[in-house]
Every structure is written in C-alpha cells, then in structure tokens.
Design a protein around this ligand. Structure first.
Ligand SMILES: [Zn+2]
Ligand SMILES: [Zn+2]
Length: 147
C-alpha cells in the first residue's frame, strides 16, 4: 500500500510504500513548534531512498536542539512544510504527517522533547516519551523497525 501526500498548492507531492515506514513521532521541540506554528510536529521517519518526491523543495537549515544540522524542506510557492532531515543522517527523511493525503492510518510510536511541551498541547501519555530526543544519531537502531 502506498502513502501519498502533497503541499497546499500541489507543486510538491510525494509517495512511499507504507511498509517502508520506520517509525512515527510527535516532536515538541521549540524548532518544530515555531516551524509548524503549533504545539508539536508529527513526523514519519522514512528512508530517503524509498521516498518518491516530485517538485523542488526549498530548504532552510538550522542547528537543531540536539546539535545536528536540520534541513527543513518546504514549498517555496505556498510555504507548506513537507519534510526535514538531519545533515548527519541524510538517508532518513522526516515527513510531516499533516501533509499526507490520508493520515488516518498513522500510529505514533513516541514523543520527543516533552521538556518543551506545553499544557495546551500535552504529550500523549499512552506512548513512550523522551525528555529530549533519544540521541537519534547514536541510537538510531533502536528506532528502526525495518529498512
Ligand atoms: Zn505548494
Ligand atoms: Zn522537533
């Protein structure tokens, strides 16, 4: 089964096989709050090689809360955030769940950065939580269900 998504104006679109999904997370870090304008970002970890992307994303780089260099990709026409990745682990893309055409099947595995979550957008207490992020670069294996 394929999952597909797009930006608001349709200039950027993507698809990937659901079976290639690594994991899904709510990220409450300040960077995600600012870039989404919301309490958190919900992101799907998908190997870059299994993602089919159409259109030219514009990237904005910032130093992430954990010290890695995050590239945030968005549509330069409508501004919708589509995906991001850490320069240090460029083979995994973090797709914004809200850009999926149908996100009803998404199941979130854990919360990142609950230290910076607010009462108006409380972390889901029924799933595993990390105060910051689970040292993605060194512990990436623990997040990976399948490649
Ligand atoms: Zn667009
Ligand atoms: Zn974040």
């Amino acid at each position: 089964m394929n999952a597909s998504g797009k930006c608001h104006c349709g200039e950027i679109s993507y698809s990937f096989k659901k079976s290639k999904l690594i994991s899904t997370h709510h990220c409450h870090c300040k960077d995600c709050q600012r870039s989404t304008g919301s309490g958190k970002a919900t992101i799907l970890f998908v190997p870059k090689k299994y993602l089919e992307l159409k259109g030219d994303l514009k990237f904005y780089e910032l130093k992430g809360s954990s010290g890695s260099h995050i590239q945030r990709g968005f549509c330069k026409n409508c501004g919708s955030g589509i995906l991001s990745y850490a320069k240090e682990i460029p083979h995994i893309n973090y797709i914004k769940a809200g850009s999926l055409d149908d996100s009803s099947w998404v199941k979130v595995d854990s919360n990142f950065f609950i230290d910076s979550a607010y009462d108006w957008n409380k972390p889901d207490s029924t799933i595993k939580s990390f105060n910051k992020n689970p040292s993605i670069i060194s512990n990436i294996k623990t997040l990976i269900k399948s490649f």
